[in-house]
Ligand binder design. Structure first.
Ligand SMILES: [Zn+2]
Length: 490
């Protein structure tokens, strides 16, 4: 029996490459094709719990009578559940979660790809570069934000964005695109001196640095082409190295880029398309991470219309990646989330007036579709004229919903709506009325929110392409790294 097992194992090693070994390998059970992938694309929906995919699906089906791209990948690919944990915690922040995905090591919350002793952990992107592959990071948040940072920078504190920008500028990553230009320019300087931003992208910001470093000059002398808006990106030559910084801080919410890309900020799909056309020129292949980073922010704000708009923006990027992988079968595609945020649920509720339980239907989706600005934008505008009357006017203008006097007073009172909605003091001025707005509009939208924070639930890992069948079973977030490493033979 033992002899037969050993023989069987050897046979498997020959045909499946590594199916019987342990160290550093994904969990057994899943078979894999023999040839590794040349290209790896990892798409991360930040804060994209399974229910968020459900909301995007219900919306696309109700209003646009169409499937999500993610459904196509699900139909043709493989699926696993993933625990999103950090050291000693059942729920993770984006830094610990992205470190697990990028390095296969569980760390403390806040850590950017370092051990508790501060030792740098090698990332999947760095492993790809060692094999002479091209590399790319694309996000809708600041490039220096936790998720992209964990793939190429190393620091004990995710808030050290000045240091993270410095490390990114000397990282030699071929394509970097996102927001956060204020971390790349010398102290005191206005962004307008370096970038051609619209209002929505934060044209009136100044540098966030406290030193004289000009990382843009450094990047340009290291051979990067710089793009600071959508027009420049789409006109850019698709060869060599590219640095795209399209906003002072995060890119605007997808909802706030409307109509017709007025903010002159590229969509995640456009950035992904440009990244793929540059990276795919390398015969040795590439590693690309694409993050829909503002899904998380909309969920923190309990803003379901912004959440769905950013999910659909992310899903278009999934479509670009999937279409590429279909045409280039040596490409393995993985879609996952770092953690879940907000716990939105399309929920039934007992309606006193109707004397019955009301179940959500497509009318909730139609109401959500009428909201044309994010809560963040509504609240920023309200700050100019903070009164219940101004609030009612703004909400009616941007959602078509007339708030009652009672609801407007509840929002203006700006108190936490539950113990799981108590937030850091620095965010309270905007955060509390925002979350109260989410609670009030939630009744119209059929959407209840359990929390303003991250919470523990399994997230999905969807795989497509060579060895993607390793996306199988109930995994730890550290397994996602192991699966990518095996898929790409890195
Ligand atoms: Zn978050």
């Amino acid at each position: 029996m033992r002899v037969r097992s050993a023989f069987f194992c050897m046979f498997l090693i020959v045909v499946m490459l590594g199916g019987c070994s342990d160290g550093g390998q994904p969990k057994a059970g899943a078979r894999q094709s023999a040839e590794p992938a040349t290209n790896i694309i990892l798409l991360i929906g930040d804060g994209m719990g399974p229910e968020v995919i459900g909301l995007a699906k219900d919306y696309a089906q109700a209003l646009e009578k169409r499937e999500l791209w993610m459904e196509k990948v699900l139909s043709d690919g493989h699926l696993a559940l993933v625990r999103s944990t950090a050291t000693g915690k059942l729920a993770a922040d984006s830094a610990a979660a992205a470190t697990a995905l990028a390095t296969g090591v569980q760390v403390d919350n806040m850590s950017v790809s370092v051990t508790p002793e501060g030792k740098p952990l090698t990332t999947i992107l760095e492993m790809a570069r060692v094999q002479s592959k091209s590399t790319g990071l694309v996000t809708t948040t600041r490039l220096t934000h936790a998720t992209p940072a964990c793939f190429a920078a190393h620091t004990a504190d995710r808030d050290s964005e000045a240091e993270i920008a410095k490390q990114l500028a000397s990282s030699d990553i071929d394509v970097m695109m996102g927001g956060g230009l204020t971390w790349w320019i010398p102290a005191g300087k206005p962004v307008a001196e370096y970038a051609r931003f619209g209002n929505e992208a934060g044209v009136d910001y100044k540098s966030s640095r406290t030193d004289e470093l000009n990382l843009l000059t450094k990047a340009i002398s290291a051979g990067y082409r710089l793009a600071t808006n959508r027009d420049e990106l789409l006109a850019a030559n698709r060869t060599g190295k590219l640095l795209g910084l399209f906003a002072s801080s995060h890119l605007p919410y997808a909802l706030d880029r409307q109509p017709n890309d007025a903010a002159n900020v590229p969509s995640l799909a456009e950035m992904t398309e440009v990244a793929l056309s540059i990276l795919s020129k390398n015969q040795k292949g590439f590693f690309l991470m694409v993050e829909g980073g503002r899904i998380d922010h909309a969920a923190h704000n309990n803003d379901v219309a912004s959440l769905i708009a950013d999910m659909l923006d992310f899903d278009e990027a999934v479509g670009v990646a999937y279409t590429f992988a279909e045409k280039h079968p040596n490409t393995a595609l993985f879609i996952t989330a770092d953690h879940a945020t907000g716990a939105p649920s399309l929920s039934a509720r007992y309606d006193e007036k109707a004397g019955d339980t009301v179940y959500p239907d497509d009318s909730a989706m139609r109401k959500i579709s009428r909201q044309d600005a994010s809560f963040e934008r509504i609240m920023t505008t309200l700050a100019v004229r903070p009164s219940a009357a101004a609030l009612r006017e703004l909400v009616a203008k941007h959602t078509g919903i007339k708030l009652s006097d009672e609801d407007a007073a509840f929002i203006m009172k700006a108190e936490p709506v539950s113990p799981f909605h108590v937030i850091r003091p620095k965010y309270r001025q905007f955060g509390y009325p925002t979350l109260a707005l989410g609670r009030v509009l939630g009744v119209e939208y059929g959407t209840a929110w359990a929390t303003a924070e991250h919470y523990a639930t399994p997230v999905l890992l969807i795989g497509y392409g060579p060895r993607s069948n390793l996306a199988h079973g109930y995994l730890e977030n550290t397994d996602v790294f192991k699966i990518m490493k095996t898929a790409g033979a890195l």
